[in-house]
Design a protein around this ligand. Structure first.
Ligand SMILES: [Zn+2]
Length: 259
């Protein structure tokens, strides 16, 4: 298994977190090997992979909280006992961010090019995790999650730490006018992370766009970590929706307050 961490987010052992890669696990073919979600793979393999990952991090797989991710802006606050285990997709809530101040409740997001972003407030304490693709980034899912932590969990923005996980980077992320146009319209500072490429297309730097959203909220840049690896460029390390034309697995990112 190969899992990305930021030492600062661990808060001296009070927070458990990780951005898993595809390494480890039992899945085969397009889903090899640590596939933790999506559709197409055998259910028992996905559950076995999730269990292995949770155990590697010292977390209870039965407490895992997942979402039915829909590229929207719904932030789900998880109270005592969670809202449901992750086993049956039919009972999953729709949303793209999870926040909690409960201990021993692992929050999970699945990605394969979109960005997983972990939020940690060591003071309250509280944690959150966000799924940000281009739609979520455009609509501001990350600032919404941060504001929900502030509003409902009492987090103060200067106390927040963030880790931006692996996602598709501008080397591979070319988008059309239907994506670039709405960004230019909504964000006057778009030139910092969106630039013209060939034949009327654009290169989009999702990680930088989200990093700047955090900075604009007043979260100090030295409290923001960036994995900075492109999921599309590294087939042995990451699943990539774009590289594999949709037929691929999902990597799981996790955060929990230590029991
Ligand atoms: Zn790339």
């Amino acid at each position: 298994m190969e899992i990305f961490h930021f030492p600062a987010l661990a808060c001296a052992g009070r927070v458990i977190h990780g951005f898993a890669t595809r390494k480890g696990g039992v899945s085969e073919g397009a889903y090899a090997t640590l596939n933790c979600g999506g559709s197409g793979d055998m259910r028992e393999n996905v559950l076995s992979n999730r269990k292995d990952l949770c155990q590697a991090l010292g977390l209870d797989p039965h407490k895992l909280v997942c979402l039915h991710q829909v590229h929207g802006i719904e932030v789900v606050r998880v109270g005592p006992g969670g809202y449901t285990p992750s086993e049956r997709s039919a009972v999953l809530k729709e949303g793209d961010a999870l926040i909690t101040r409960e201990v021993d409740l692992p929050l999970a997001i699945m990605t394969a090019d979109c960005l997983p972003i972990i939020l940690v407030d060591p003071v309250s304490p509280a944690v959150g995790i966000v799924h940000a693709g281009w739609r979520g980034t455009l609509q501001g899912i990350l600032p919404r999650a941060v504001r929900e932590m502030e509003r409902t969990l009492g987090s103060l923005l200067p106390n927040l730490w963030a880790g931006i996980g692996p996602g598709i980077a501008p080397c591979c992320y070319e988008v059309g006018e239907e994506v670039a146009g709405p960004f230019r319209e909504r964000y006057p500072g778009w030139r910092a992370w969106l630039w013209p490429g060939r034949e009327g297309r654009y290169r989009l730097d999702l990680a930088r766009a989200n990093l700047l959203q955090l900075k604009e909220l007043g979260i100090p840049e030295q409290q923001i970590g960036l994995v900075g690896r492109c999921t599309c460029c590294h087939p042995s390390l990451f699943f990539s929706h774009r590289r594999e034309h949709g037929k691929t697995g999902r990597m799981m990112s996790l955060v929990a307050l230590s029991p």
